[in-house]
Structures are given as C-alpha cells and as structure tokens.
Design a protein around this ligand. Structure first.
Ligand SMILES: C[S@@+](CC[C@H](N)C(=O)[O-])C[C@H]1O[C@@H](n2cnc3c(N)ncnc32)[C@H](O)[C@@H]1O
Length: 231
C-alpha cells in the first residue's frame, strides 16, 4: 500500500483530481464525445424515452464543463419541455459552460459527487472518465446504480487496475465477482461498466483511501487508485 493514502477532502484538492489538462469538454456526439467514449448514443436513448411519453431524467456525474449536456438539451429542445425532461450535471469544479435560459431542464451543480443527494430516480446515469478521480469508487458506483429507475441505464468508464487491496494487489477478479453478483456488467476490452435497472452492490470491504500518485492510467492522464481492506 502507498505510504500515504488521501482522504476525500485531500483528494478533492489534488492536482490530479482537477487540473487544466483534463478533457472536460466532450460533446454529446462526434470525435471527442460521450457517444464515442461510452459506445452509447445518449441522444438516441433520450429521444426514444421521450417518445414513450414519460418524464425522462438523465444524471451525469463528473460532467466537466457540461458541454455534452447542453448540446443534448439543445438537440432535444424541439421535442421536449422542462416538465418532461431533466438533464442534471454534477462536478466538483465550477467550470461550466453557459446554459441558455431557454434550456430550463439543464441544471449544472458544483458539488463533490460524495455530497450529492438525488431528488429523483434516473432513466440514465453516466460517468464519463470521472470514476478515475473518485476516492471510494466502489461506494460511489453502489450509490449510482441504486438511483436508477426500474429500466434505467448506468454507464461509466472504469479502470479495474485502479481498485486495489492494502497489499497493493489489483482486485479485478473479486471486484468482477461483486459486480456480477449485483447484475452489473464490465466490458474489460472497452473498460465500460453498465447496469440496467437498480442494483444493490454490497461488500464488507473497508475503503482505506486514495493514492493520487498512481500515475497515468489507460487514458494517458494521471488518475487515482482506490485502496480497500478485504474482510
Ligand atoms: C476527465 S474530466 C471528464 C469530464 C466530462 N465527463 C467529459 O467527459 O467531458 C473528469 C471530471 O471529474 C470531475 N471530478 C473529479 N472528482 C470529482 C468529485 N469528487 N466529484 C465530482 N466531480 C469530480 C473533475 O472536476 C472533472 O471535471
């Protein structure tokens, strides 16, 4: 285990968690986008949900500037109203792009995800390259998947190598088992976590803290590892 593990508060202040070189401005579709990095067409999903007639709620955690959410809001403007659609983004850092007052259903909130309490259940929860910077990754994933509507969809980029034991061993195999038991799927080639419908991800493991000196992960950007004591 690294000599010094960081608390959440220290992690929030770390250069690794929030730095100028981060890609915070993915769009909804195209080359540098949510569609590309999730392998999932968020716009098509939201359009199809709106066509079904019910209110549609999308939460994006670690939303960066909120560019993808604003673009989605603009694209969907002709087919929706604030009564039917909510697009909510949450990020530690208040570096949001300006949201046009016409997009009343797009809300961007500066708050650490740990402190965010949802007021609704969601049709879609995304976390695009955000888990890399969170402390208790398993604890946060457990919260996210518990917030889904019955047929809600969760998608996130996850580097399994970033979840480690106090002996500094990767926990990919036992973590995969935890995910499978909860009905959460992990595509190890694409490094994408998905879940349909609310899930209960439970473990007796204790979160010990995060290491922000782990270095670059598969994205090429420095990220933080999360350490657990298995019991
Ligand atoms: C690589 S950026 C991705 C941003 C956006 N999802 C995108 O793809 O354009 C990671 C984001 O996670 C945010 N972040 C890191 N730790 C966070 C935390 N504890 N709570 C909320 N956001 C966090 C950072 O501020 C940053 O905006």
């Amino acid at each position: 285990m690294p000599k010094k593990l960081l608390t959440d508060d220290a992690l929030h202040r770390s250069e690794v968690t929030a730095n100028a070189a981060m890609n915070r401005s993915r769009g909804i579709a195209g080359v540098n986008s949510y569609a590309k990095d999730l392998g999932f067409d968020v716009l098509a999903f939201l359009r199809a949900k709106l066509q079904q007639g019910d209110a549609v709620d999308w939460l994006d955690v670690c939303c960066g500037t909120g560019k993808a959410l604003i673009e989605a809001g603009r694209e969907l403007a002709p087919v929706t109203t604030a009564a039917r659609l909510t697009i909510q983004g949450v990020d530690l850092v208040d570096m949001f792009d300006t949201v046009s007052p016409a997009l009343t259903y797009v809300r961007l909130q500066a708050v650490p995800v740990r402190d965010f309490t949802p007021q609704a259940r969601f049709d879609l929860i995304t976390c695009v390259h955000g888990l890399h910077y969170l402390g208790d990754k398993l604890g946060q994933i457990a919260r996210f998947v518990s917030w889904l509507k019955p047929d809600g969809q969760f998608l996130a980029n996850l580097d399994m190598a970033s979840i480690r034991s106090e002996e500094n061993q990767p926990l990919a195999s036992p973590v995969s088992k935890l995910f499978r038991r909860a009905g959460i799927s992990y595509n190890s080639r694409r490094k994408i976590l998905t879940c349909t419908g609310p899930a209960a991800l439970t473990t007796s493991w204790t979160y010990l803290g995060a290491d922000d000196s782990a270095g670059p992960n598969y994205t090429g950007q420095p990220a933080s590892d999360s350490y657990y004591r298995l019991q």
